[in-house]
Design a binder for this molecule. Structure first.
Ligand code: ATP
Ligand code: MG
Length: 560
């Protein structure tokens, strides 16, 4: 293949184009970006796109990307989320520049800047109640009215702000507002709130503060302090840009970042809102934020998706100025491509029925070998072959009229090849009182390991197997899509109504080849003919092997 064929196509990305132009024209010397999560939940696949974009651009242009927590609202934030977010960014493969940063690192500076605005006559303490303030604000089509406190003397506002900070007033009693324009068509410019009273402990600053800056009063200034050049956010902030710029123009900030907005990543068949994901966790619909069905980074990790595959999926998405819905099949296909290339093959019987090889002595353990991977040089696996084996119930039928084309498995009285082992013939079945097959008795055809069977013997196909005496019982958790509706949160019904009742099943009696017991947690295998399965990050051990189904070999939702 020529390098042209292997080079990935350049996906459209208007922000990259802007940065290229800025570097070329010397409008900026080195690119600085940041990823600014609010620690009020775990990160999801949408955040992964933002991470890949921010860190990716910095990497591509030799700049730096900061990880900065936008921790201005202590009521919903927690240290647990801070820790999980850091772990997720690292796991995705990105290094932030220097120490982790927090908006709360700059609270003293923000306070000084608030005083500066008051002194300049550009901010005031307002005593309107929340209801009054919203009435004064007007509507998108009707202008607002000035607050009666708007012309309060700066000295009085400075004093009141100080006393707000000292905890002298109740929550909601007063706020600090910028003095901009109550008749602006942009509601964000109608004297927006800079500080609120919140008598709440903060995960970083403890009880030092009882007033907290608004997102708008914090974000651009954080960017300016950190020397961020390109501040990338999602489209819902486009209307906030004039305010972002107003603060930068009216404060003595050390640098002038620019804000750019791109379309959020939405995936069908799932939800990407932290609030809704939290509801799934709080209502115990899932086992936690890292439940393998969750579109969170930690959920995808536990499901067996590799960081490499998630990055490749995100980097393959265009960065544009409109929101779009991406088909989850596209993510799943990126996962399959990645796992096919990298995962070791193995055999696991999910629904076992015993197969007894009547012409093999009980004491014999023959060692079969099979490549660990069909293409990569990953060596050979050893597969003990014994008199008692397990095969999957679905791979056997007593119905001798089944066509060879439709049923390429074992049929009573016929032949099949056991993968990497002998050709065998099913001779008879033993049934329990309930009519269920308990054993299939078969005979092996000597000399057929790695060799064609003698003339006249035509195996129907190849099936997988595990030694019943040398293999190990395992638990397999089978996951599927959490929602059975393509747009669970976009219709009239509550998104919870669209939960897929078949998104989780536990199979307790699966059998795996013994080599799998040495697996490191988080290793993904292709269980031949079944799909991809990962050794659970927390619950897997050699004594009690637990695997999670990552994804099937083919998309069985297509065409539904
Ligand atoms: P949510 O709506 O799920 O609560 P959020 O935007 O409030 O998400 P933040 O913690 O503020 O979450 O997001 C951190 C960064 O990730 C922001 O820059 C935000 O724009 C970006 N981001 C969040 N969701 C998506 C998404 N679906 N697609 C792309 N970027 C996103
Ligand atoms: Mg947000």
């Amino acid at each position: 293949m020529s390098s042209k064929e292997t080079a990935p196509a350049r996906v459209s990305n208007f922000i990259r184009d802007i940065i290229e132009a800025d570097l070329q024209s010397n409008a900026c010397a080195a690119v600085v970006t940041r990823f600014p999560p609010e620690p009020n939940g775990y990160l999801h696949v949408g955040h992964a796109k933002s991470i890949c974009l921010n860190f990716g651009l910095a990497e591509q242009f030799g700049g730096q990307c900061n990880l900065r927590f936008d921790d201005t609202n202590p009521s919903k934030e927690e240290q647990e989320y801070v820790d999980a977010i850091k772990a997720d960014v690292e796991w995705l493969g990105f290094d932030w520049a220097g120490e982790v940063k927090y908006a709360s690192d700059y609270f003293d500076q923000f306070y000084a800047w608030a005083q500066h605005l008051i002194r300049e006559g550009k901010a005031y303490v307002c005593d309107l109640s929340a209801e009054e303030a919203s009435e004064y604000r007007g509507w998108a089509t009707t202008p607002g009215k000035n607050s009666p406190y708007r012309e309060r003397a700066p000295e009085e506002s400075l004093d009141l702000l100080e006393r707000m900070k000292n905890g002298e007033f109740a929550e909601g009693a007063r706020v600090l507002r910028a003095k901009i324009d109550m008749s602006s068509p942009n509601m964000n410019l109608r004297d927006p709130i800079l500080y609120r009273i919140r008598k709440q402990s903060h995960h970083q600053t403890g009880d030092k503060w009882c007033i907290y800056p608004s997102y708008d009063f914090a974000h651009g200034q954080e960017d300016a302090i950190e020397g961020v050049t390109h501040s990338i956010c999602t489209l819902e902030f486009a209307d906030h840009r004039p305010l972002y710029e107003w603060f930068l123009d009216n404060l003595p900030v050390p640098s002038k970042p620019r804000q750019y907005e791109f379309g959020r990543l939405n995936l069908n068949f799932t939800v990407t809102s932290k609030r809704k994901l939290k509801q799934l966790v709080d209502d115990s619909v899932v086992s936690g934020w890292d439940d393998p069905r969750m579109p969170t980074i930690s959920g995808m990790r536990r499901r067996g998706f590799s960081a490499r595959a998630i990055r490749s999926f995100c980097n393959g998405l265009p960065v544009s100025k409109s929101d779009g819905v991406v088909d989850i099949a596209q993510l799943e296909s990126a996962i399959r491509d990645d796992l096919d290339k990298h995962s070791t093959r193995a055999m696991c019987v999910l629904d076992p029925v015993k197969l007894v090889i009547s012409n093999l002595d009980e004491a014999v353990v023959e060692t079969m070998t099979a490549p660990a991977h069909p293409k990569l040089e990953l060596g050979l696996r050893e597969l003990p072959f014994t008199r008692e084996l397990y095969i999957d119930r679905a791979d056997f039928s007593e119905d001798t009229t089944l066509s060879r084309k439709k049923f390429k498995r074992l049929v009573l009285g016929e032949y099949v090849r056991l993968r990497s082992a002998y050709v065998i013939k099913a001779d008879e079945v033993v049934k329990g009182d309930d009519g269920q097959i308990v054993e299939i008795h078969a005979s092996l055809v000597p000399g057929t390991v790695g060799e064609n069977p003698p003339e006249g013997i035509k195996p129907r196909g190849v099936i997988h197997w595990v030694s019943a005496t040398e293999g190990k019982r395992a638990t397999v958790r089978v996951y599927d899509r959490l929602f059975n509706h393509p747009a669970p949160d976009r219709g009239e019904a509550d998104f919870m109504q669209h939960l897929n009742p078949e998104s989780y099943r536990v199979l307790e009696n699966c059998w795996v080849e013994p080599g799998l017991l040495d697996a490191a947690p988080e290793t993904v295998f292709q269980f031949e003919r079944e799909g991809y399965f990962v050794a659970d990050r927390y619950d897997f051990s050699a004594e009690t092997p637990v695997f999670n189904k990552t994804i099937g070999l083919v998309d069985n939702w297509a065409g539904r």
